[in-house]
Write a protein that binds this ligand. Structure first.
Ligand code: HEM
Length: 413
């Protein structure tokens, strides 16, 4: 197996993930056409070396991403879902049921799903709307600023921590720690520190915040998600501190960076495609449902997730062996012309739009998708309506093979 040649289109290097996304798409397009399930060398930037790691399969076509996602009996999550190699301890402390398989995954997901039902989301809809109004009020009052921080960051952070019950004064530092957890590849963010040190420090901050909150809810229950978690019983036992804090870390990462970056990418797209912005302005209610999916397809804020092959099988005719790693390249799936007409066109009326931004289906499909859409609808609606003079400058993109992030985005109002 060690002698199998690596693909000539390299998606493992930090240099690749430092390119503008349109240039990455050129490489993905070549892979989709010529080598859709390509053998790649181990990714740069892993937090630890793995002696016998000889690489991974990069899955680039839309249909194949769906195949991998919807066959957990062939492609499991329990051995980690990040492209990079991470220490086992880190997996357990941070990824909760994202990196688990049935039956444990099913049980834990069911436990927290009650907070994410359409009925629950409708309950907080009005609060999210109020927050969106406040954020746009502040933007208009502040004037020129960093849009990523002043606008995109605030609504996802407020929403997720309001649901879980984190006091307002802790929200910003905890969200910043969640940010660091996915930014250790970026040498500007990391400075001269070791990536493992950055990640450890951020993990500790999140775990301590999660544990303190759990303790507070045990002694004084309220009606938030953390209270539900500390009171819940799975298989006749309450969740351990480690399980609760790992869930808190998962929620902090999944609920913050994803929606935040989608907001920044969406507002850039609406600036680059003024006709689409005009359509939304003219008839928001007609177009917003299809637009929301296009925002997520366009942004694809999560770039990759990994699975491990359970037993020898094949993907699109390519044999893959038990134990090998398979990485789904979501940005590639979302620009696949076999699944989307004119995939490089941003089209708020696109229908159907079976993007894989929330994953390619199956048991791990994004639990927060409806919540994310509610936030996007409220905030983008306010911005399109009330900030017609908004002008975005040059974005500073995060270097990461995991999150398609916008670190900063200057704006004038
Ligand atoms: C635009 C915003 C978002 C995007 C693009 C996104 C994307 C994703 C993706 C790609 C997955 C993995 C799917 C898979 O492995 O098949 C996922 C899982 C998950 N997401 Fe999201 N997400 C977003 C927002 C949110 C929000 C707001 C929350 C919670 C507040 C959330 C919570 C989760 C959780 C808990 C999982 C793990 C589900 C499981 O393993 O069963 N996400 N998300």
């Amino acid at each position: 197996m060690g002698e199998r040649p690596y693909s000539t289109v390299d998606v493992s290097s930090t240099a690749f993930w430092s390119l503008p996304w349109t240039q990455r798409e050129d490489s993905f397009a070549r892979l989709r056409a010529d080598d859709p399930v390509s053998w790649q060398r181990p990714a740069d930037g892993g937090l630890m070396p793995v002696e016998d790691d000889d690489g991974f399969w990069a899955v680039t076509r839309h249909a194949d991403i769906q195949h991998v996602s919807t066959h957990p009996e062939l492609f499991c999550s329990g051995r980690g879902v990040q492209l990079e190699n991470v220490p086992e301890m880190f997996l357990e402390a941070t990824q909760s049921f994202l990196a688990m398989d049935a039956p444990r995954h099913t049980l834990l997901r069911k436990l927290v799903s009650s907070a994410f039902t359409p009925k629950q989301i409708r309950t907080i809809d009005a609060q999210i709307r109020d927050q969106a109004v406040r954020i746009v009020d502040d933007l208009l009052a502040t004037g020129d600023c960093d849009f990523a921080r002043q606008v995109s960051m605030r609504l996802p952070m407020w929403t997720i921590y309001e649901m879980v019950g984190l006091p307002p004064e802790q929200q910003q530092p905890v969200a910043e720690a969640a940010d660091l957890l996915v930014s250790s590849n970026d040498d500007v963010v990391r400075g001269d520190r070791d990536p493992l040190e950055v990640v450890n420090e951020a993990t500790q901050t999140l775990i301590v915040a999660g544990l303190e909150l759990a303790e507070a809810r045990r002694s004084e229950p309220t009606d938030d998600l953390m209270t539900n978690l500390v009171q819940a019983e799975v298989d006749g036992a309450t969740l351990t501190d480690e399980e609760i804090s790992a869930f808190f870390v998962l929620l902090s990462v999944a609920g913050n960076d994803t929606t935040r970056n989608t907001i920044s990418h969406t507002m850039l797209a609406l600036q680059d495609f003024p006709d689409q912005r005009q359509l939304l302005r003219e008839d928001f209610d007609t177009h917003i449902a299809t637009a929301l999916d296009e925002f997520v397809r366009w942004a694809t804020p999560v770039s990759t997730f990994k699975r491990t092959v359970v037993c020898d099988t094949e993907i699109a005719g390519v044999p893959v062996a038990a134990g090998e790693k398979v990485v789904m390249m979501y940005p590639s799936g979302n620009r696949d012309a076999a699944a989307f007409d004119e995939p490089m066109r941003f089209d708020v009326t696109r229908r159907p739009n079976r993007h894989v931004g929330f994953g390619g289906g199956g048991p791990h499909f994004c639990l927060g998708s409806q919540l994310a859409k509610t936030q996007l609808r409220c905030l983008v609606g306010e911005l399109v309506e009330r900030a017609p003079g908004l002008r975005l400058g040059e974005p500073d993109y995060l270097v990461s093979n995991f999150v398609h992030g916008v670190k900063s985005l200057p704006c004038t109002v």
